[in-house]
Design a protein around this ligand. Structure first.
Ligand SMILES: NC(=O)c1ccc[n+]([C@@H]2O[C@H](COP(=O)([O-])OP(=O)(O)OC[C@H]3O[C@@H](n4cnc5c(N)ncnc54)[C@H](O)[C@@H]3O)[C@@H](O)[C@H]2O)c1
Length: 475
């Protein structure tokens, strides 16, 4: 599905060039920020099922203006150097936009995880991790991966363990990777974080009537028709939250084996369970099946959420896309050519570097938690508890002195004293981040007549911050 002219990197660079043309930066700095610093390619063998199998993997470092560099590891057959370099570049811009103190990186392994048993995947993942760890391409201070397509908590736990076996005296070893399970140094809310960020980003859009007007939308998220491509980690969580908490209707889901649609809305939880059990959307009883799923990208809806692959909306189909609003949950789902076509049609695109930044934001919280060696929010909770206890004591004293009948219930005391747990802190930190980044992006979008869209605005904000970092520190 790489329907991109000149590849994914060329598409990202075309968008970058459009933004820097509106900025006052020296050509040398423009070039330095654009280029990918380094890409390491590894080919390694693993003995499986009685034979040696050779795998090819990559770790690309786009910008080290801040370290560690950060970016997921993708397991998919379509992984290649161009793809990881484009994804690494997007990580640089994304981290700058949401102000996480990281440079950009990305990794990938050419593999279809469905071809292998879990114990074989463990062997392959550990071996890939070993190759990267021994070159400091996984390291808490230098390069910190996370999940991406085809990987999740399971793979992150193996990578973390592999690093710690090879670096037994590194007290910060757990911070070498984020997206780990909770019982292996993860943080509450990381699995859902990218989908949650998509939801928060949409909520923020719907808080701004003039932004909605640009897409010809009115009202709230309630009842809006949403089409989602890819019901994986990001797509599922976004769809599930939007449906359950904002009242949106998921009218179609596009997956590898086709699509299902239902004008009245799909039961996302039942569909997820069906995909898990059968491997696809076919035969799902709650909707109509369509073998040519990609056609649903062009169906009537209010919001289109591509949450699978890059390049799915391209020169060849952009003109037929009817959604007035696209939120890019996936990285690079709209090519540079399609972006132009859609903008001319009046479609508003909430760009990937903002839309899917929830993952890296909560990864940052996890990294900080690992480095601080204390459960996230624990100190703060203790301080809050102490403060709340003072308040409760004082209220009780007052009530006694005035000889009134009211006393605080034990329930109230328990709940009041409990304070915010890790999940609440993570969610509020994510919400705050998404609001601040949206504000910076829209301010640039609206402040200047020559900034045509939100994506260009996002690039301008991100590049401005990276340039400032280079100018402050030198190269
Ligand atoms: N996981 C994260 O935290 C994270 C963070 C930021 C961005 N992203 C981006 O979000 C996208 C999805 O990542 P994910 O982690 O949800 O991956 P995932 O592997 O959990 O899910 C991907 C889903 O897309 C489906 N899919 C694959 N090929 C498809 C096709 N041709 N047509 C329709 N559906 C297809 C898969 O079956 C799967 O359900 C990627 O672009 C990734 O880079 C992920």
């Amino acid at each position: 599905m790489k329907a991109q002219h000149g590849g994914f990197s060329a598409s990202v660079n075309a968008m970058y060039d459009k933004a820097v043309a509106l900025m006052d930066l020296s050509p040398g700095l423009v070039e330095k920020i654009r280029v990918c610093n380094a890409t390491y390619t590894v080919r390694f063998g693993v003995r499986l099922r009685g034979a040696i199998h050779t795998f090819t993997g990559y770790r690309s470092v786009h910008s080290e203006h801040m370290e560690p560099v950060k970016g997921g590891i993708r397991f998919a057959m379509a992984v290649d150097q161009d793809e990881v370099e484009a994804l690494a570049a997007l990580m640089t811009y994304k981290c700058a936009l949401v102000e996480t103190p990281f440079g950009g990186s990305k990794g990938g392994l050419c593999i279809d995880p469905r071809d292998w048993e879990p114990h074989e995947m463990e062997q392959i993942t550990r071996r890939f991790a070993y190759e990267l760890i021994k070159r400091d391409l996984i390291n808490p201070a230098q390069n910190v991966p996370a999940p991406d397509m085809g990987t999740g908590e399971r793979e992150m736990a193996w990578i973390s363990d592999q690093y710690q076996r090879m670096n037994t005296t590194d007290i910060n070893g757990r911070a070498c990777v984020t997206g780990k399970p909770l019982n292996a140094g993860g943080i509450a809310g990381r699995v859902e974080a990218t989908g949650r960020g998509v939801q928060y980003g949409l909520r923020e859009f719907f808080r701004h009537p003039d932004d909605m007007a640009a897409a010809g939308l009115t009202g709230t998220l309630e009842g809006k028709r949403v089409i989602v491509q890819g019901l994986g980690n990001v797509g599922y969580h976004a769809a599930s939250f939007l449906r359950a908490e904002d009242g949106a209707k998921i009218t179609a889901v596009i997956e590898r084996d086709g699509a299902v649609h239902a004008e009245g809305g799909l039961d996302v939880e039942a569909l997820r369970e069906h995909i898990g059990r059968t491997g696809g959307v076919k035969d799902f009883p709650g909707g109509t099946y369509e073998a040519d799923g990609t056609r649903l990208l062009e169906a009537e809806c209010d919001i289109l959420i591509p949450a699978a692959l890059e390049g799915v909306i391209h020169e060849g189909n952009a003109d037929r896309v009817k959604a007035p609003l696209i939120i890019e949950a996936a990285n690079g789902p709209v090519t540079a050519e399609a972006d132009e076509i859609l903008r001319k049609k009046g479609c508003v695109i909430i760009p990937d570097m903002y839309a899917n930044a929830g993952g890296v934001t909560v990864s940052y919280f996890e990294w900080v938690k690992n480095l601080s060696h204390i459960r996230f929010g624990r100190m703060q909770r203790r301080a809050e508890e102490a403060r709340h206890q003072l308040l409760v004591d004082e209220l009780e004293r007052l009530s006694r002195n005035r000889d009134t009948a009211w006393t605080l219930s034990d329930d109230f005391k328990k709940n009041y004293l409990r304070g915010a747990g890790e999940l609440e802190l993570v969610r509020s930190g994510l919400d705050d981040t998404m609001r601040a980044a949206y504000g910076a992006m829209r301010e640039t979008w609206h402040a200047r007549d020559d900034v045509p869209d939100m994506r260009t605005a996002a690039f301008i904000v991100a590049i401005g911050r990276i340039a400032a970092s280079y100018q402050a520190k030198g190269l």
